[in-house]
Write a protein that binds this ligand. Structure first.
Ligand SMILES: Cc1cc2nc3c(=O)[nH]c(=O)nc-3n(C[C@H](O)[C@H](O)[C@H](O)COP(=O)(O)OP(=O)(O)OC[C@H]3O[C@@H](n4cnc5c(N)ncnc54)[C@H](O)[C@@H]3O)c2cc1C
Length: 500
């Protein structure tokens, strides 16, 4: 009998898990290697003192049936008709100087409330909401990689991309700051920049809110870790093999072929193809010589202004009350929390009352998240050299955070306690994340005109990249789509006629 062709996948985040399910379904002998003790990568969660901390999904594109992306989520076991999709009545609420504004799932209500708040901005509000409504119809192309597209698929893709192209055309060359500058009211400016930093692409705001008002952007029941575990189960149901706690240290090459991957313990695994899904900063420099990195990707790592990355300081609190005073996500100013240069003064607090099982009966869990620019990573790296100092600083900031939450929501006063605190260092320790960032390079005005990096590596015939770092600015859809595309690319190289 002919030997089955073997694919070794490095990293079991959403990209690795997706590639794994598709590869195993397509008949490849498939092995998934993960350095951490569990699968999921950034899409994970953990338990503390009877509470569950959900690390990832705030909203997931493609959680509603009817798109190519939904088909991927369904195929890999992330969603199914039996898994409830949790939805919030608003994307988030922004507060400034005692006034508040929400991005409701009812766009007419949002528009009305914005105009009531700032009649002088009516023209710009109507324009922004018009593009958000257009974005309701945008579906990310997730069927086939662009270089494998035939004429018929190409036409279909152009049709589905029509709405997206209208939005990109309208916001071309603009960043979030330019969009904010169109408005007079400080709270509207704030609401816009609360979604994504001011130096990133303006079009991402209408795209995201448009997706939310379309009824998509839900959260699969059980949250992030449960979703990753379902994907692992799906993979194993096709006889795929998962190896957790196994760090890949090298891809061994001969000529233009990768022959084996080598693990930290010295074990060598022979394979026909390799799909690295870890951060590209690990793939190039650790697993493969850096010389294999294509010039565009090099530029991304070197031109820090054009391709910024960010990070966050996060705290989980147990709340000894079942009453949810936050309602989804609320964001407000806390200048007292600027503990180093580059920290944002905006703090986001999210309630998880939509998942009662995340907390003991009669209680709930809430989490805070505060963003910072990439230099903040250096601050934490320096502190981490002295673990006691690192712990002390984390606790000090978490205690101020708790006080600020109690001030903003007096109903929680005396009812909060700290469950866990994590920093950008946490993402680097557990996921090998570049500068502690859990997404990919953000797109700025300067980089918006450039293409994405390639999934192929010049000089290596059987290594195909996947993962969010080849599809900036990352996120779960990027991870899943690149994972599926990697297997489609391998099938093409193998002349394997498999229906995806
Ligand atoms: C707080 C937070 C909120 C988020 N919210 C959302 C959201 O609401 N919606 C959304 O779409 N996205 C969100 N994201 C982003 C999303 O989680 C990521 O974009 C996505 O999970 C990335 O998947 P990936 O597979 O590309 O990478 P990763 O998850 O980083 O997976 C890479 C894997 O490779 C492993 N690895 C690294 N090096 C090695 C090695 N040498 N050997 C073996 N294994 C290795 C890592 O341990 C990791 O498991 C959020 C993330 C966080 C942390």
């Amino acid at each position: 009998m002919e030997r089955r062709r073997k694919i070794a996948i490095i990293g079991s985040g959403i990209a690795g898990l997706t590639a794994a399910v598709y590869a195993a379904r397509a008949g490849f002998e498939t092995e998934l290697y993960e350095q951490h003790t569990i699968v999921g990568g950034e899409c994970t969660g953990w338990d503390r003192s009877g509470y569950h901390i959900d690390n990832c999904i705030h909203w997931m594109m493609g959680s509603t049936p009817g798109t190519d992306l939904y088909k991927i989520w369904e195929t890999v076991g992330a969603v199914s008709k039996d898994i409830e999709i949790k939805r919030c009545d608003r994307m988030y609420t922004s507060i400034l100087d005692g006034q508040q504004l929400s991005l409701w799932n009812d766009v007419d209500r949002t528009e009305r409330e914005m105009i009531t708040l700032s009649p002088d901005d009516e023209k710009e509000i109507r324009s922004l909401m018009k593009y958000c409504r257009i974005a309701k119809d945008v579906a990310i192309p997730a069927n086939i990689p662009s270089e494998l597209i035939g004429a018929k698929e190409g036409i279909k893709m152009m049709i589905t991309m029509r709405s997206a192209l209208r939005i990109f055309k309208h916001y071309y060359g603009m960043n979030v700051q330019d969009l904010m500058d169109k408005f007079k009211h400080p709270l509207i400016k704030c609401l816009i920049s609360d979604f994504t930093p001011s130096d990133t692409q303006a079009g991402s705001f209408p795209m995201a809110y448009g997706n939310f008002i379309s009824g998509d952007g839900g959260i699969p029941a059980g949250g992030s870790r449960a979703m990753a575990f379902r994907m692992k189960e799906k993979f194993e149901s096709y006889s795929g093999k998962v190896f957790c706690g196994k760090t890949v240290s090298k891809v061994l090459i001969e000529g233009s072929k990768a022959l084996e991957i080598q693990l930290d313990d010295g074990t060598k695994v022979t394979c026909d193809y390799v799909i690295p899904t870890c951060d590209t900063s690990v793939t190039f420099g650790k697993l493969l010589p850096k010389t294999y990195m294509e010039p565009l990707m090099k530029e991304m790592y070197e031109n820090r202004k054009a391709y910024p990355v960010y990070n966050t300081f996060q705290v989980a609190f147990a709340a000894a009350t079942p009453i949810d005073s936050i309602g989804a996500e609320t964001i407000w100013n806390c200048p007292e929390l600027i503990f180093t240069e580059g920290m944002s003064e905006r703090i986001t607090v999210k309630s998880y009352s939509y998942e009662p099982d995340f907390a003991p009966a009669g209680k709930q869990i809430i989490q805070s998240l505060q963003g910072g620019c990439e230099d903040v990573f250096e601050f934490w790296t320096e502190l981490y050299k002295d673990k006691e100092l690192y712990k002390k600083k984390k606790l000090e900031i978490a205690q101020i955070t708790m006080k600020k939450i109690e001030e903003q929501f007096p109903e929680y006063e005396g009812k909060l306690s700290i469950l866990d605190i994590w920093t950008p260092i946490t993402y680097t320790r557990y996921c090998n994340a570049y500068k502690g960032f859990y997404q990919s390079f953000m797109i700025s005005k300067e980089s918006a005109k450039l293409p994405y990096p390639s999934a192929y590596i010049k000089g290596l015939d059987n290594v195909i990249l996947a993962g969010q770092w080849i599809s900036p600015p990352g996120g779960l859809p990027s991870a899943a789509i690149t994972g599926k595309f990697a297997v489609q690319r391998i099938c093409k190289l193998e002349n394997k006629d498999y229906k995806f």
